[in-house]
Design a protein around this ligand. Structure first.
Ligand code: GRF
Length: 214
């Protein structure tokens, strides 16, 4: 059965394209109900429109404090997205921290939230913004890509898939990014193909959930 998903993205949307290509070719059994972006002018919305996929532009608005602004934004996202009936949210370069309310709206009876993200580092190394740049500037010789389920604390949810690559020969941050993006575009659809139908087992190690494919 096709898993209905909503993609959340803020930027260029190359991961969205990789996912949409995998859906189109039948490698990924999913239906993209919509692409939601917090940036009305983002390339990802144009790319969605070109493919005939519904775009939802929900700009982030300031409030008295960042938590209130985040909650208000996520409420607006939920009002737009829930009526479409997605089973999973798939973050593909969504550059905002989400609130507990959004995560809980997608919490499964098995304890994890049905929200997936791709992060440009071998977590738990280099969380936060600019994973590839962080690895290069640190002088690391190996970088990586992680696909994980989302929790309230940023970049610490259960890891589903990871891949490392050597950056020993890279001379710039953009060289690292170029290598990393190629891996992302293959790895994300691959991992989604067993995460979306929830073909995995979840174990608990202290308070941490661990995910392994069946
Ligand atoms: C990717 O590097 C992804 O790992 C990170 O944001 C970037 C999004 O790129 N979360 P794109 O918009 O998919 O091209």
């Amino acid at each position: 059965m096709k898993t209905p998903i909503v993609v959340m993205a803020s930027g260029s949307g190359t991961n969205f394209e990789a996912i949409a290509d995998a859906v189109r070719s039948g490698r990924l059994d999913a239906e993209i109900l919509a692409v939601m972006s917090d940036r009305p002018d983002s390339a990802v919305l144009e790319k969605a429109a070109r493919r005939g996929i519904r775009g939802l532009s929900i700009p982030f608005e300031k409030a008295a404090n960042i938590e209130d602004a985040r909650s208000l934004h996520d409420e607006r996202i939920l009002s737009a997205v829930l009526p479409l009936g997605p089973r999973f949210l798939v973050m593909a370069g969504y550059m905002r921290i989400v609130s507990r309310r959004l995560i809980e709206a997608f919490r499964s009876e098995n304890g994890y939230a049905r929200i997936v993200n791709i992060h440009p580092s071998l977590l738990p190394a280099f969380p936060g913004i600019g994973g590839y740049s962080q690895a290069f500037r640190y002088g690391a010789k190996v970088a990586g890509v992680s696909v994980h389920l989302v929790e309230e604390e940023v970049d610490v949810g259960p890891i589903c898939g990871q891949e490392s690559f050597s950056i020993a020969g890279c001379r710039s941050e953009s060289e690292v990014e170029e290598l990393g993006k190629k891996i992302e575009h293959r790895l994300y659809p691959e991992v989604l193909s067993w995460v979306l139908p929830e073909k995995f087992e979840v174990t608990k190690n202290r308070r941490r959930l661990c995910v392994r494919p069946h």
